[in-house]
Design a protein around this ligand. Sequence first.
Ligand code: MN
Length: 241
Amino acid sequence: MLTDRRKFLKSTAALLAISSWSAANRGNQPFFGLPEINYQQQPLPFSYGALEPAIDAMTMEIHYSKHAAGYTKNLNDACLAEKVNTQVLPLVTLLSAISGYSEKMRNNAGGHYNHEFFWQSLHSPQPAVAHQPTGPLAAAIENKFSSFDQFKLQFAEVAKSRFGSGWAWLIKAKDGSLQIGSTPNQDNPLMNISSLQGTPLLGLDVWEHAYYLRYQNRRADYITAWWTLVNWPIVEQRYQQ
Ligand code: MN
């Protein structure tokens, strides 16, 4: 009986240790003021047609239900094969140690994270929606890039010149400064193998699957239209986190 009680106490202590370790580590991770991005695809925060005319409904449907869903499925397959406990290990922690995993894990963990982040960064281009940031983020952008228009020009240039498939980012670097950069394929600035390192504030998918149906080869036009969809209040929250 005593032994059983000891065993029980021991296993309870172990569970508590694990959960407090997990809580402490999660506490140290940047979650950008958003619902935590885990290993499951969340429902889109808007309908497929809500971003018309900048992004058409069919592109959104295929992008979300085929491309992004595929990354999520393949990420979970890779986690099973590589014994990642998705209940315990936060996705951002996996990304920060991605060099220790397979190419499949890298592509799909990035693909899943980037798309969940991307959907959360967009909203319907209602006339009432502000098309630029306010508050501390607006001040930081003006300080770093001289004006919001200059920032947009630089960001668009980086997005246009990313060769092949990838993402353009606005990030908050470790020293707190803003930086614009891009990553190839489904890499992102949270990955320890990335040359661009920092907390993502805003990301733009420049894979052809994100725009080809409406824009064909005109990536620049897609970028111009995408500015009307940016959910600046979310980006501001991420900056102030
Ligand atoms: Mn995509």
